[in-house]
Design a protein. Structure first.
Length: 551
């Protein structure tokens, strides 16, 4: 029987890895495999093997025994490459007309893939780094949206600064496309782990069962906030899959430090607890409450920050006249340019919308992303730290509505921009709902501003609006806001804000609090922010590296 040599292209969805196999179909013989990474040729594996496990021959530097050598420890499949999804393999490469022959060839090729992939592919895509380099691994969500480009640029500046000290940054992300950056990146959804790897590491599930179940609650709560029709079991499956991936990446790359973009995502929470079990330093990072700043906190975010370990001490940290002047200059810049962390609509809508309520007292109530601010799920042991009184945004809005009916107030309610309205029942004749609106205009066109713990509270004070905190954030206990202590003083606290009781003192306290955050807490988010952040990206790199050696 005459043999026919054909070329097989197994290409990943994002064109990261390409395997080209040259096969003698009629004799079931694989002659060679070429491996490409990011469309760059790596090497050719030249050997012959019959699928009855009989070695025919090989040539080149790679022995079959070497490939099989790491069969057990790292059983990893790469999605969209081999036969995980037959739809990516077209009929063109098989000229035999019978279905039986086609299936037989699939089976044979699958056997080869099990042999070849384990060492060669793993070492090319996920090379062992333990003891090889000093690296920091960042776990972050999708970075390809337009408004998140600045986030990526921030970490490029950090990576550049780290390299000056012989360190580097590795980004693990959920983006569906290759990022336009020189930083080494790993697309979290572009690989999956073989069942044998999970079986080998099954004991660790028992060790972290409590934390993993809480991660499931985090994800389930987030899905519900988006009205996603996810079963709890689906959240469970995803969390356990992501935990194995997180463990694999941290074990494989052995970073000295791990950065987690915000604290209450299921993935970042799993990363944190696994790092703690290995004594790997880990930090929570996020955009700061002040425009163009970066929060890097070893303890936690918002009311869990290191600031609250001794808030009285932080509030006494010394300030000089120049510190106040720098803060005034930045506040003026923010105010004059209407700067905000989120992109804003044009002004005009809110003024028109509120025109029928000219002679009424109006509260601007800013919603928060409850599932990513430590308030939900309530099974999270520290949810009460962030919101001692109310369960979530809609629980607070329902209570405010009752007070509005009683006192003849109106409430302009704007949900968090990343979360859709999930409880329309709370919208009544006292609640004016806006989704796509300029948040600065919302602040300007109302009498007072109220929020559970939104960082918009900083903008509220910048625009000289009395601000009521129903929950806790970094501003809490600074003397800047009207703070609610329990359910019974919500009404009196809001009335005090309407009457501007002691507001001049609160404005002074806010300026001091603003200055302390710039001087002692925040790092720059961009090169422009270095002007008023006291520290630059080299200082951030040094701060992270020094924490490793502090232990």
């Amino acid at each position: 029987m005459n043999s026919k040599i054909i070329k097989l292209d197994f290409e990943s969805r994002w064109k990261i890895l390409t395997i080209k196999g040259f096969c003698d179909i009629d004799h079931s013989l694989i002659k060679s495999i070429e491996v490409y990474y990011n469309q760059k040729f790596i090497d050719t594996l030249s050997f012959g093997i019959r699928f009855q496990n009989k070695l025919i021959g090989y040539k080149g530097d790679l022995l079959l025994e070497d490939i099989v050598g790491e069969f057990d420890p790292y059983l990893v499949e790469v999605k969209y490459i081999f036969l995980q999804n037959n739809s990516i393999i077209t009929d063109k490469f098989v000229e035999n007309k019978t279905q039986k022959t086609k299936i037989g060839f699939y089976d044979k090729l699958f056997r080869l893939y099990k042999v070849v992939k384990y060492r060669y592919i793993i070492n090319k895509i996920f090379p062992k780094r333990a003891g090889v380099e000093n690296s920091i691994m960042l776990f972050i969500h999708n970075l390809e949206y337009k408004e998140r480009i600045q986030k990526l640029r921030c970490f490029e500046l950090l990576d550049k600064a780290l390299k000056e000290y012989g360190w580097k940054l590795i980004i693990v992300h959920h983006s569906s496309n290759i990022l336009d950056t020189d930083i080494e990146t790993i697309e979290f959804n572009n690989f999956s782990l073989n069942i044998f790897y999970k079986i080998r590491n099954i004991k660790i599930i028992n060790k972290f069962s409590k934390e993993l179940n809480l991660s499931v609650d985090f994800l389930d709560s987030l899905n519900k906030s988006f009205d996603k029709n996810y079963l709890y079991s689906m959240s469970f499956d995803r969390v356990y899959e992501e935990f194995f991936k997180t463990k694999f990446l941290i074990d494989r790359y052995a970073p000295k430090i791990v950065l987690n973009w915000h604290e209450w995502s299921s993935l970042q929470y799993m990363s944190k607890i696994y790092c703690e079990s290995l004594n790997i330093e880990n930090f929570n990072v996020h955009e700061g409450a002040i425009y163009d700043t970066l929060e890097v906190d070893k303890v936690g975010e918002l009311a869990e920050s290191w600031i609250f370990e001794d808030i009285k001490e932080f509030n006494k940290r010394p300030l000089e006249l120049k510190d106040i002047e720098i803060s005034k200059k930045l506040i003026k810049k923010i105010k004059n340019n209407n700067f905000n962390r989120k992109g804003q609509q044009k002004k005009g809508l809110i003024k028109k919308l509120l025109s029928p309520y000219k002679n009424k007292k109006i509260i601007f109530f800013a919603g928060v992303n409850d599932s990513q601010t430590g308030m939900l799920p309530t099974s999270y042991g520290k949810s009460h730290v962030h919101s001692p009184v109310f369960i979530d945004t809609y629980d607070a809005l329902k209570y405010l509505s009752k007070l509005a009916h009683k006192n003849d107030w109106y409430i302009l309610f704007k949900p968090h921009p990343n979360v859709p309205v999930r409880n329309s029942k709370v919208v009544n004749d006292r609640v004016i709902l806006v989704n796509n609106a300029n948040v600065i205009e919302c602040i300007e066109e109302t009498d007072i501003s109220v929020t559970l713990l939104s960082t918009l509270s900083y903008d509220m004070m910048i625009y000289d609006k009395p601000t009521v905190l129903l929950g806790r954030n970094l501003m809490s206990s600074s003397g800047s806001a009207y703070e609610v202590e329990n359910l019974y003083n919500v009404e009196t606290t809001i009335l005090s804000a309407f009457n501007k009781e002691g507001f001049d003192i609160k404005q002074k306290k806010y300026l001091e609090h603003f200055a302390r955050l710039l001087k002692y807490y925040y790092f720059p988010y961009s090169e422009e922010a270095v002007e008023y952040c006291y520290r630059d990206f080299s200082d951030l790199a040094r701060y992270l590296i020094k924490n490793v050696y502090k232990g």
